[in-house]
Design a protein around this ligand. Structure first.
Ligand code: PLP
Length: 451
């Protein structure tokens, strides 16, 4: 499955010998970011551009402009008038099951595993980029009138125009699902390049919607490279580049203003005396970086963003430890990138995501697949949550933070111990809605029985 990877010299990493050993031996660890900046955040530099709340609001406005069209395009969105959002909720029984004591704060989830149409967090970034591209094509082709109304986009004439354009993407599964479904629904020709990790049901689901699925024997980075090459020569093709895209990042970021309203509606405060710890499953890094960026814009130093990765694929951790520039891949550390968390099976992190997160990330941690399955089962048994393995990665976060030396040192350094009783621990559950029943039963069967 994993293609041949030539041996190369070890990358230079700013890691302690103990951390290096933990990474290579697939032992879970928490690493606190020494470059975390203090104080409020107003912008980020990424690929020579500056992005700020204006750009996040721009992404929100785009979703709002498209809502009427989405409501008529997808039956699942008729009930919400085209709004694609997920619940925020407390999960006290899961908290008890995880052994998180109430004097250390309250566990909540942001339930993106319930996001309609895509069934994962990719409904945010993935949909946003397809919508932005559709607007661009529509402008170029004269489908949008002077008032900027998108009413014409659902018409057969508009779909015929879109059908002459291709949207392509490389994916381990969920991004392909989101891009493919949205692009095809608007009328585009949609092509998804899938890595070897992608689950069969995700390919079937796409093919049923008229999406072309190209299967690759290699890993995620290779599927992306193949997709990029395939569209490079074609002016009517757009490649959604998960390793580079700012549009994806901002689509994810757009989640946060609504999240803030949800916290307010729930009467849950977030400030210096009420810290918010957010645990984000991380693959290439675009989704967690987009969300973390907006979290830091809106909550500043009161929010602490922790990324979680499988022990076999800690690409973002390595990227943060490495000097700026091309990110190292996990194979260089002797890891194989083999994990059941297919959404996180990524060998090399996105450079723009790393660039955004260098001053914003609180910590990065790693989780074993066994733990993912144990927590997946626990979430189902205690709260009836049906999440996929990748989405269970965040549940390991509080234990890593509170139970590790690095985590305790972080809490001490930021004088957080006194505020823990009023803290919120938010696990972002990133996918699961469309996992077929048989597949889900297989996940439950993988949970270690002594856990
Ligand atoms: C894509 C995905 C992630 C992580 O997003 P990245 O942008 O790849 O870091 C996490 N969980 C699930 C279920 C996903 O599909």
């Amino acid at each position: 499955m994993t293609a041949f990877h030539e041996s190369r010299s070890l990358p230079s990493l700013d890691a302690s010998p103990a951390d290096r050993v933990a990474i290579s031996s697939r032992t879970p660890l928490l690493w606190a970011n020494p470059a975390l900046a203090a104080g409020p955040v107003h912008e980020a530099r990424v690929e020579g551009r500056t992005i700020s709340l204006v750009d996040v609001q721009g992404a929100r406005d785009r979703f709002a402009r498209f809502a009427p069209l989405l409501a008529t395009t997808f039956p699942d969105l008729a009930g919400t008038a085209g709004v694609i959002e997920s619940p925020l909720r407390a999960v006290p029984d899961l908290q008890a099951g995880l052994g998180l004591a109430p004097e250390h704060g309250a566990l909540w989830i942001k339930a993106d595993h319930l996001l309609p149409v895509a069934g994962s967090i990719k409904a945010r970034g993935g949909f946003h980029e397809v919508l932005e591209h559709a607007e661009r094509v529509a402008h170029r082709e004269g489908l949008i009138d002077a008032e900027g109304s998108l009413d014409a986009l659902g018409t057969p004439a508009a779909r015929a125009v879109f059908a002459r354009h291709t949207v392509a993407v490389g994916s381990t599964g969920n991004l392909g699902l989101a891009i493919g479904v949205m692009a095809a629904a608007l009328g585009f020709r949609a092509v998804v390049h899938m890595s070897a990790d992608a689950k069969a049901w995700k390919k079937t689901r796409l093919r049923l919607r008229g999406v072309e699925v190209v299967e690759h024997a290699g890993d995620y980075a290779e599927a992306c490279a193949a997709g990029r090459r395939a569209v490079a020569a074609d002016a009517r093709s757009h490649f959604v580049d998960d390793e580079r895209s700012l549009s994806l990042l901002l689509g994810y970021a757009a989640a946060v203003p609504h999240l803030r309203q949800q916290f307010e509606a729930a009467g849950r405060r977030v400030d210096a005396e009420h810290p918010l710890f957010v645990y984000l499953p991380c693959g290439v890094g675009g989704a967690p970086a987009g969300i973390a960026f907006a979290l830091k814009l809106l909550f500043g130093p009161a929010v602490h963003c922790v990324f979680l990765e499988p022990v076999a694929s800690p690409c973002f951790l390595l990227g943060m430890m490495a000097p700026p520039g091309p990110a190292p891949d996990v194979y260089a550390l002797g890891l194989d990138n083999r994990t059941e968390a297919d959404g996180l099976a990524v060998p090399r992190a996105s450079e723009p995501a790393l660039e955004v997160m260098r001053p914003l990330l609180a910590a990065a941690g790693t989780v074993r697949d066994d733990t993912l399955f144990a927590h997946l089962q626990l979430a189902f048994d205690t709260e009836g949550l049906r999440v996929e393995p990748s989405a269970a990665a965040g549940f390991g976060g509080p234990q890593l933070l509170l139970g590790s030396e690095a985590g305790q040192a972080y809490l001490a350094r930021h004088r957080l111990h006194a505020h823990l009783p009023q803290a919120t621990h938010l696990a972002w559950t990133t996918g699961g809605l469309f996992v077929p029943e048989a597949e889900y039963q297989g996940f439950l069967a993988r949970a270690p029985q002594d856990a």
